[in-house]
Design a protein around this ligand. Structure first.
Ligand SMILES: NC(=O)c1ccc[n+]([C@@H]2O[C@H](COP(=O)([O-])OP(=O)(O)OC[C@H]3O[C@@H](n4cnc5c(N)ncnc54)[C@H](O)[C@@H]3O)[C@@H](O)[C@H]2O)c1
Ligand SMILES: N[C@H](C(=O)O)[C@H](O)COP(=O)(O)O
Length: 335
């Protein structure tokens, strides 16, 4: 029904990157939803002109949300938030970092206030936000803090493969210490519950990678499996969670290893994500599990060198929106 059309809050991300390009490209298509972009309208208009795209912007009034019409190709509603300094495509400017965070903060809050069914984010540049003097490691961590979520799980998905992470944007030197029984237990419990609730998988089968080469080789190549990972998996198995592992990450992604598996839980960012991006860069979706809101994102970054060139693919954003609509339907069916 038209009245039930999902309402999506979309952040434009780093204004000098390809966020504006992919949102403007996507806006030319039919999408069965109501969309509001949290951004500076001038950034959208300037990039549309650079790309030769036609766009008509409409002001979104948060005090009159009923005036939000279904998406029409070539039109966008905008919740206006001003940049501090003019934007040059491809040129980062730390002065605009507070703007980037304001878009995220306002869009996240609007979802928390139930004005929207979900948040979809275009890519931000973590480095430039830090250069502005604001400690920042990613949307996932920012939204966890903003919403007060106890445990969040980063999961990226393509058709046929989902990969979740125990640690996210953490220097490799800190990973081992961060993999505690407490963290592993809460990550697995969150993953298990969210796969049921948000993705409709009744009994998730979770394949867990070890941290060390060959999952520690019986303790000869590292102790984390024996001290932390195996005892935690055994405890969770006793609670009925379907866990396989820890397995050696080098063969975890073969087709025989993945048979019957719903998600592979990897211990750190670059243990899992290169596999997924090699298989499906441009069609993967990043989903934050464990938040009180639905949040998805693209699989790529700001690709500064492509901003304003017309060469940035909007396919991952398209996939993120499709998956968001599916998650919304799944969540509604649980009510
Ligand atoms: N969702 C997010 O907010 C997100 C995700 C990943 C990376 N990042 C951030 O983006 C910044 C740049 O990261 P990076 O250079 O490692 O990765 P990147 O994804 O921006 O670029 C990697 C390569 O992929 C290409 N590419 C990326 N997106 C593309 C698209 N839509 N169409 C065509 N080609 C595309 C780029 O040109 C580049 O060659 C970093 O600050 C990183 O933290 C943000
Ligand atoms: N780890 C993600 C990726 O490689 O695609 C990316 O950095 C985005 O993470 P956030 O959604 O937390 O910003």
């Amino acid at each position: 029904m038209l009245n039930d059309l999902p309402r999506l809050a979309i952040t434009l991300g780093e204004p000098a990157g390809i966020g504006p390009d992919i949102v403007l490209t996507l806006a030319q298509q039919s999408i069965p939803a109501r969309l509001v972009i949290f951004a500076d309208p001038e950034v959208l208009l300037q990039r549309a002109s650079q790309l030769g795209l036609t766009i008509q912007l409409h002001t979104y009034c948060s005090d009159k949300p009923s005036i939000l019409n279904p998406h029409q190709p070539g039109h966008l509603y905008v919740q206006s938030i001003a940049v501090s300094q003019p934007v040059i495509s491809g040129k980062l400017n730390p002065a605009n970092a507070p703007y980037v965070l304001a878009t995220l903060q306002q869009a996240g809050q609007s979802c928390m206030d139930n004005h929207f069914d979900a948040l979809v984010t275009a890519p931000i540049h973590k480095g430039v936000i830090n250069e502005a003097g604001i400690p920042f490691s990613g949307h996932t961590e920012f939204l966890a803090e903003q919403t007060g979520a106890k445990t969040v799980v980063m999961m990226l998905a393509i058709p046929g493969l989902r990969i979740a992470l125990v640690t996210t944007h953490l220097p490799l030197s800190q990973v081992s210490t961060a993999i505690t029984s407490f963290r592993l237990e809460s990550i697995i419990q969150t993953l298990n519950i969210e796969l049921k609730n948000k993705l409709g998988i009744d009994t998730p089968h979770i394949l867990v990678c070890g941290l060390n080469p060959h999952a520690g080789e019986g303790g000869h190549l590292g102790q984390e499996e024996i001290v932390t990972i195996i005892p935690t998996l055994n405890k969770l198995r006793a609670q009925g969670i379907q866990l396989i592992g820890p397995v050696s990450a080098d063969t975890a992604f073969t087709s025989s290893s993945l048979a019957g598996i719903d998600v592979v839980l990897t211990m750190y960012h670059d243990q899992g994500l290169p596999v997924l991006k090699q298989r499906g860069f441009g069609k993967a979706v990043n989903i934050t599990l464990g938040l009180p809101i639905i949040r998805t994102s693209v699989d790529h970054g700001t690709a500064l060198e492509l901003a304003g060139t017309g060469q940035a693919s909007s396919n991952s954003l398209y996939c993120a929106i499709q998956m968001t609509l599916e998650i919304i339907m799944q969540s509604r069916s649980k009510r």
